[in-house]
Design a protein around this ligand. Structure first.
Ligand SMILES: Cc1ncc(COP(=O)(O)O)c(C=O)c1O
Length: 469
């Protein structure tokens, strides 16, 4: 995991004691579901560090946290305003809780940013959705996104609160923001969000599945039932045997952030700046400073690399090459690489990355030519279809959770069929179709072209998909 670099980011005392930290509820260890001792102290320290009124440790990742957040603060059958570009966990929450989605409308034409494929939600879009659906309970957003782009949460929380709605944020990729104010974007909580979830394992030295769920001071004082609701929801969506090893790593990550975060972030930003300068103009690398652009911010620690144009090959090929050289990346879409540095990533790793990227441009790589469409056109079409909901025939919950008849059919012959499961081109793993939605010709053509260009299709098994019959 990028957060801890195979344990290299941890001191010996943690690296060698993981097995002994894997305990159950004992007098000395406390109960993570009902903390009264050391676990409570650790969670309170985390709440203080992250500026929350109350923090819960997540041991089933942001996935469990998102399910609990929506169960605890939105509830069954209610209306929720959100973009189509949310993580799969959100669509599962919609299905389980029978939440009615109000999809945010992106103003057309949407076009991908060279350094971030996904569009950013604006306060204007949220205000428009609120005007049409004033009976919604909350607004749910992902910020930052996989590319480090952040929405203007301060403006959005203002709009949501004026309408009496909550702002809930999937901040899975932003657990580190609190450590270096000014150098990194503002946190969701300090921008007025009512609650958020963070995956600690993505950007902090914590074990996989470690995360935090934070609720703002203001929400706890406005509605004292909130803490009880969150605790109850977490009991449903997290295991009854939460991992103390993960919890201990969350406590360590918080301490690390407080002790060393600022300095490590400054060092890493310097390395990213050097990388960007050395690779220019062969590659465009995301800026190593917070860059406010039209109300949007970018996490400078998220390294996004775009090949120079004309693009020689899909970025998936370049990602493969990096993998062969032992450089693990977070994701590659058609034209960009996304890398998450650890907070203590050594400088020589950046030099090696630069060498491999420079060598790639010199080497011939026509072995897997771009198929079908020009990559930029393909990306444009992908984005347009991603933000536009297809026809919904059945509620996702009735497809996933009721005994409907389904069958596997070849993807190539699926136009017109109703999906029995989500279909998400990966990366970035955002569903193009949810259960109960109809596959149309445009989406099918797009999926086939993406597959031909190295994008994995999650939900397609041996060229077949499961549909409702
Ligand atoms: C934006 C976003 N939200 C939520 C999740 C789920 O996080 P976790 O892996 O911690 O369950 C992910 C995982 O990739 C993500 O990218």
């Amino acid at each position: 995991m990028p957060g801890h670099r195979s344990g290299h980011s941890w001191p010996e005392s943690i690296r060698t004691r993981l097995a002994s930290l894997d305990t159950t509820e004992l007098a000395a260890t406390d109960d993570l579901h009902q903390p009264t001792g050391p676990a409570l102290v650790a969670m309170d320290l985390a709440a203080r560090c992250f500026g929350a009124g109350r923090t819960w440790f997540l041991t089933n990742g942001s996935t469990g946290g998102i399910l609990a957040l929506l169960a605890g603060l939105v509830g069954r059958g209610r209306k929720l305003i959100l973009p189509r570009t949310c993580h799969l966990a959100v669509s599962h929450a919609l299905a389980l809780l029978d939440i009615q989605p109000v999809w945010l409308e992106f103003s057309r034409p949407v076009s991908p940013d060279p350094l971030g494929f996904l569009p950013v939600v604006s306060a204007r879009m949220v205000a428009d959705a609120i005007a049409l659906h004033p009976d919604s309970v909350a607004v749910f957003l992902t910020s930052p996104d996989y590319y480090g782009r952040c929405a203007d949460l301060a403006a959005i929380s203002h709009v949501a609160h004026q309408a009496g709605m909550l702002l809930l944020v999937d901040e899975a990729h932003g657990a580190h923001f609190v450590a270096a104010p000014g150098l990194l974007p503002q946190t969701a909580l300090s921008s007025g969000a009512d609650a958020c979830v963070q995956s600690a394992h993505k950007t902090l030295p914590a074990l996989t599945q470690g995360g935090y769920l934070h609720v703002a001071v203001s929400l706890l004082s406005r509605d004292p039932r909130t803490a009880g609701r969150m605790t109850a929801a977490l009991r449903i969506f997290q295991t009854s045997s939460p991992s103390f090893a993960i919890a201990a790593s969350l406590d360590f990550a918080r301490d690390y952030l407080e002790q060393h975060g600022q300095v490590q972030i400054e060092n890493t930003l310097e390395s990213i700046q050097r990388l960007a300068t050395t690779l220019w103009p062969d590659y465009l690398v995301s800026p190593a400073a917070v860059t406010p652009v039209r109300g949007e911010m970018r996490d400078p620690l998220r390294i996004v690399i775009r090949q120079r144009e004309p693009l020689a090959a899909p970025a998936t090929q370049l990602a493969h090459q990096l993998g062969l050289q032992g450089i693990d990346i977070e994701l590659s879409d058609l034209t960009r690489l996304v890398l998450i540095p650890s907070l203590d990533q050594p400088g020589h790793d950046f030099e090696r990355l630069q060498q491999v990227l420079s060598a790639w441009l010199e080497s011939p790589h026509p072995d897997q030519p771009i198929r079908g469409l020009d990559l930029l056109q393909l990306e444009q079409r992908w984005l347009e279809l991603l933000v536009q909901p297809p026809e919904r025939v059945l509620a996702p919950g009735s497809v996933l959770l009721e005994p409907v008849d389904t069958a596997a059919i070849p993807l190539a012959h699926s136009a017109g069929s109703v999906m029995a499961q989500s279909l998400a081109p990966y990366p970035p793993g955002i569903p193009l179709l949810l259960p109960g939605e109809r596959m149309d010709r445009q989406r099918l053509d797009l999926l086939l072209a993406l597959r031909d260009n190295g994008i994995n299709l999650s939900g397609v098994d041996h060229d077949s998909i499961r549909v409702v019959v």
